[in-house]
Design a protein around this ligand. Sequence first.
Ligand SMILES: *Cc1c(COP(=O)(O)O)cnc(C)c1O
Length: 388
Amino acid sequence: MFTTELIQQFKELETPFYFYDTDLLDSTLAEVKKYAQRYDFTVHYAVKANTNSEIMSRIAKEGLGADCVSGNEVTQALAVGFQADDIVFAGVGKSDKEILTALEADIFCFNSESVQELEVIQELAQRVEKVARIALRLNPNVKANTHKYITTGLEENKFGISLSQLPEVLQVLEKCKNLELVGIHFHIGSQILDLENFRNLCQRLNEIQDTFEEKNLPLKHINVGGGLGIDYRSPNSNPMSNFEAYFQLFAENIQRRPNQKIHFELGRSIVGQCGSLITKVLYLKEGLKKKFVITDAGMNDLIRPSLYQAYHKIENITSTAETAETYDVVGPVCESTDCFDKNVSLKQTQRGDLLAIRSAGAYGEVMISNYNLRDRAKSYCKDWLLNQ
Ligand SMILES: *Cc1c(COP(=O)(O)O)cnc(C)c1O
């Protein structure tokens, strides 16, 4: 991933910074499109994974839709070239202002999560004389084998409408003249590697679809959300998720009705592997039991390890040493959780070396904060760096 030419460029830049391998992004998008088109599936990019406008506009150019979870994401999606018709808007707590933004833009669909939210969308839609298309986000009570902080499809989670509340929801919908029910939506979690979880989702979805049809409510759209995981351990040997198997599983397991559209909302699997956080080693410190590598990037630049105990592979990309050593790689922020990983084997490391913290394209740059009043890390795309 890091050619000598690139590393030469890196040395000129202020660290830390995000680096995006735009070639990998392009080939990932080509793969997604290839296998989604095989089954005539519609893919929306889950914008919250990475709202960098270079990245977003590249994805928009490839013709994907956008899945947004805030009014500002809707605004940004439109600004970088996503079509309003291809935008869905999810989220358990949409504010009035956000709903109005989306109504005024005439987005394709609101993924709605509660009775009260439906009532508010109705009221606002009536006020601005629009009809809002609605997909009900249902809680399928399907477990995703992933970190407990990123499961979303269980009854104990805050997301979605429980099936037991469906009769009430449908009653409310019937009264709401400015709402049009167009489908159902699910999203069971993130970083899901075992496709069995998605098979279980399909089974629940088929049962739920039958329930709707019994009530004479055919569904034009089924949105199965996102959540496909990436290989954080081996980003070099496994730079892309298995989109072929993923889409095939849905094609084989959803009882799709004629002319029904099936939507996906992929975030991490589209952008995760193309990003790395590049950081400079400030100091080496010998503890009593440990050797610490202290980097100029901290948890404010990439919070996933501190927030979800997430693993990121770390490489020393400038050391020419023949031997490796074991270090804890820690940041400068005044928190003990500001640690990227413990007991990492790196080529023998010195002050000034550059480290790449890999697979940081999703939920990395978007979660930057300026805690400790630290500077905001910049970002660079590969094609830009090589062509300047
Ligand atoms: C976060 C989110 C996604 C994307 O999840 P990934 O794991 O990044 O694919 C899709 N849909 C909804 C509703 C989300 O909240």
